[in-house]
Design a protein around this ligand. Structure first.
Ligand SMILES: [Zn+2]
Length: 339
């Protein structure tokens, strides 16, 4: 039984996992697949610090092998998503029983042990049963869909509104699809041709290169009005200042993604445009909504290349992902855990 523990920056160690006792209201899950994400990569590289030591791995699915007393809706053999976020238990909302409004949700791999290990024991409410129509690979995209749904809710725009999505790789592509499902009009902007082609293949009509024609293209797509919202995805390598350039006055800018990064947003332009700025770094409390969207085929993930590794060196994978010149992810690298 393996357990991949991050003991410090760039120090990922495979350890033997101890036998885990099962309490009332708890389930034991055999982890089957873990998605390697840029969030794990920044934890690995130390760009964003975990409270070491922590098992790495934010996105995972598995199968329940044991369920304790009083576990509702989950039993032995239920296929589940391991929820990547949990209530912090410390904020005012958590302390007053409104855990769904937690102001700083704990994230797997950073605040509590992640899932790159053979077995997880957790509360039955920390897993989400997966319908048969959502396969394991789709389920690994749940958090990206949940983030998108949270952005959609936060923007509160009417149908037909133009939303710029800056950065069209994995998270940006899924965001654009979710916005389109809700009848908004996404405009995907990227410098990566492959990302733009994938977005087009998913039915996104406006996909623009971040080049000298962008201003003209945007004018045409928005009838000269610019965008009703602009979302900058944090895995993008594009200039964050683009966010302000594409935004109409008095609208909302969003910073979103899995991994927090340091960059400068032009405050002067934010003020000049009288813009509102929100951040969405997790899909907390939107897991069930996201699974429901996947059931309804709101998101097509067939365009992403998948690499499933049954023998793997996760440190090498994370190292490659955290290279400064690494291309933004257009493929899903998945660890398959076999006992
Ligand atoms: Zn809380």
């Amino acid at each position: 039984m393996d357990n991949w523990v991050l003991r410090g920056a760039n120090t990922l160690v495979k350890e033997k996992q101890q036998e885990l006792p099962l309490g009332e209201g708890e389930v034991k899950v055999k982890v089957t697949y873990v998605l390697a994400s840029n969030f794990d990569a920044v934890l690995y590289s130390g760009d964003s610090a975990a409270r070491y030591p922590k098992t790495i791995g934010r996105f995972a699915v598995g199968r329940v092998t044991e369920a304790g007393k009083n576990c509702y809706g989950v039993e032995r053999n239920t296929r589940v998503l391991l929820k990547p976020t949990r209530p912090c238990g410390k904020c005012l909302s958590c302390k007053t029983g409104k855990e769904d409004e937690c102001s700083s949700p704990a994230v797997a791999g950073r605040d509590f042990d992640g899932f790159l290990r053979d077995f997880v024991v957790c509360k039955y409410t920390d897993v989400a049963p997966l319908p048969d129509s959502v396969n394991d690979t789709e389920a690994l995209c749940t958090e990206a869909v949940a983030i998108a749904e949270r952005i959609y809710d936060g923007l509160d725009l009417s149908a037909g509104s133009r939303v710029a999505v800056i950065g069209g790789s994995f998270a940006g592509n899924i965001l654009a699809q979710v916005l389109q499902y809700h009848k908004l009009v996404p405009i995907v902007i990227d410098e990566n041709r492959d990302a733009l082609e994938k977005a087009r293949a998913c039915g996104i009509y406006y996909c623009f290169a971040a080049d000298e024609d962008l201003a003209e293209n945007l004018n045409e797509a928005t009838s000269g009005q610019l965008c009703d919202a602009a979302v900058y995805t944090t895995c993008s390598k594009l200039d964050p200042a683009l966010t302000m350039r594409v935004l109409a006055e008095g609208k909302c800018a969003v910073l979103a993604g899995f991994a927090p990064i340091s960059f400068n947003i032009p405050a002067r332009q934010l003020c000049d445009k009288n813009a509102r700025l929100i951040t969405v770094m997790s899909g907390y409390d939107y897991t069930d909504t996201a699974i429901n969207l996947l059931v309804h085929d709101a998101v097509n993930i067939d365009v992403f290349e998948k690499e499933i590794l049954s023998e793997f060196d996760p440190a090498a994978v994370y190292r490659e992902m955290s290279e400064p010149n690494a291309a933004p992810a257009n493929k899903m690298t998945i660890f398959k855990l076999i006992l």
